[in-house]
Write a protein that binds this ligand. Structure first.
Ligand code: ADP
Ligand code: MG
Length: 411
């Protein structure tokens, strides 16, 4: 049996009208000879009664954040509600269907509540229903640990559920349905001229996700990539073909096109703080830097864009971790400066490897708008600039334009 995993995000399950559209997608899959396995996120976005953020606010209001096990139990309810509602929509159309929690679907994770990692999927229960032609509607974002405690997979984790289930069931493809037409050259909420891509390679969309494009979870891409399952990003509310995520081998028809652009997309992440640790030369001050970095790591503060100079060390952290870092630095009387409210803007492209002049173009684009670059980092396929968040929209648009990624430059 050819299995197709269809994952639907929060806005897709938000209203009965949208849920009917989901049922249309399920119907289409059946008509095309696939057996659909549905994965759903919680209903709606923050403010909606059963959305994940609403549940988090409730948990905070009752002081539950300090209790990760109960926090996960509460957060898992959003998807459970969604799956039951969706099952009833399918049943009304005459399709036999069953709602399964992460645990019932056999998604076994470690016990890192709030950010659990999937260890394996025990597919017996899912197959029990598939074999009887009953469509499983599985809750995204959650699993169960070896003790039987419910865990959640972190923000955007329903995408991961989709991929993991696709991999475990050896699915023909994993479809991720959302509120945009596919993977675009930039976030359309920031760049009105952003263009939908027909195809993109796993590693590029992985980088985009890693550098802040929240259209797909990076882990979900990683799982699909390792098992070579084609992934499609599509709009629940249209019949557009969406974006096919694949690799060079899988899609042999895809030949490198000379006209292909060096840059594929622009992404951004906000809420960064730049920290500069100053070395003033006092004897023995940094006899052992590794102790400092160990302390930072032991407090689960993750560092990014790390630059080490003879007289200073510069790195960025999430704004929310600043007070924890300040406490550590204070304990050791270390001098430092910091700048809050920064954003990391990144250009991504497989073809940038070894091409000269890309950095010059980045600087030209940003200096046109007098945007100061606070720091940079790069890899073979990415260049990131740290800037003041005040200018992030301008910067993303400027880079998008400079590298001619938009619809206008296509004409
Ligand atoms: P869902 O609830 O369906 O998972 P998300 O909000 O997680 O939806 O992801 C979809 C959103 O991702 C879009 O509404 C869009 O604003 C945003 N987004 C950011 N970068 C991109 C991009 N490069 N291409 C498409 N969408 C993007
Ligand atoms: Mg999402």
């Amino acid at each position: 049996m050819k299995i197709l995993v269809q994952k639907f995000g929060g806005t897709s399950v938000a209203t009965q009208e949208r849920r009917e559209m989901i049922a249309d997608k399920v119907e289409t899959a059946l008509k095309n000879g696939f057996f659909p396995v549905v994965v759903v996120s919680a209903i709606g976005r923050c403010g909606d009664p059963y959305a994940t953020d609403t549940l988090i606010n409730l948990a905070k209001a009752v002081g539950c954040e300090t209790n990760p096990r109960e926090m996960d139990l509460l957060m898992s309810c959003g998807e459970i509600i969604s799956s039951v509602v969706m099952v009833n929509t399918l049943r009304k159309r005459g399709y036999e269907s069953v709602a399964l929690t992460g645990a019932q679907a056999g998604i076994i994770t470690d016990d890192s509540f709030g950010d659990a990692e999937v260890l394996r999927v025990e597919t017996k229960n899912i197959y029990k229903y598939i074999d009887k032609n009953i469509i499983p509607v599985i809750t995204g974002f959650q699993g169960v640990d070896e003790n039987g405690d419910i865990t959640t997979l972190g923000r955007g984790g329903s995408d991961v559920s989709g991929s993991i289930i696709g991999e475990a069931l050896n699915a023909e493809a994993v479809e991720i349905y959302t509120d945009v037409e596919g993977v675009m050259t930039a976030d359309p909420r920031i760049v009105p001229d952003a263009r939908v891509m027909n195809t993109i390679f796993y590693n590029e969309v992985f980088q985009m996700a890693e550098y802040g494009a929240n259209v797909i979870h990076p882990r979900a891409v990683e799982v699909a990539m390792r098992s070579n399952i084609p992934m499609l990003i599509k709009n629940t509310m249209s019949d557009s073909p969406g974006t096919l995520i694949t690799n060079y081998d899988r899609n042999r028809k895809y030949k490198e096109n000379k006209k292909d652009k060096i840059i594929t997309a622009v992404a951004q992440i906000g809420k960064r703080t730049q920290v500069r640790i100053l070395y003033d030369g006092s004897a023995g001050e940094y006899e052992d830097d590794s102790i400092l970095f160990d302390m930072i790591a032991n407090n689960s503060i993750s560092l990014d864009m790390i630059n080490v100079y003879p007289d200073s060390k510069v790195f960025i952290i999430d704004d929310s971790q600043l007070s924890k870092l300040q406490e550590i630095l204070g304990r050791r009387s270390i001098s430092y400066e910091y700048k809050r409210n920064c954003s990391k803007v990144t250009i991504i492209g497989n073809k940038m490897r070894g091409v000269p002049g890309v950095m010059a173009k980045v600087i030209r684009a940003l200096s046109k708008y007098n945007i100061e670059i606070l720091q940079t980092s790069d890899s073979h396929t990415t260049i990131s600039c740290l800037i003041d968040s005040e200018y992030v929209n301008q910067a993303v648009n400027a880079l998008h334009q400079e590298f001619e990624l938009g619809k206008i430059s296509e004409k």
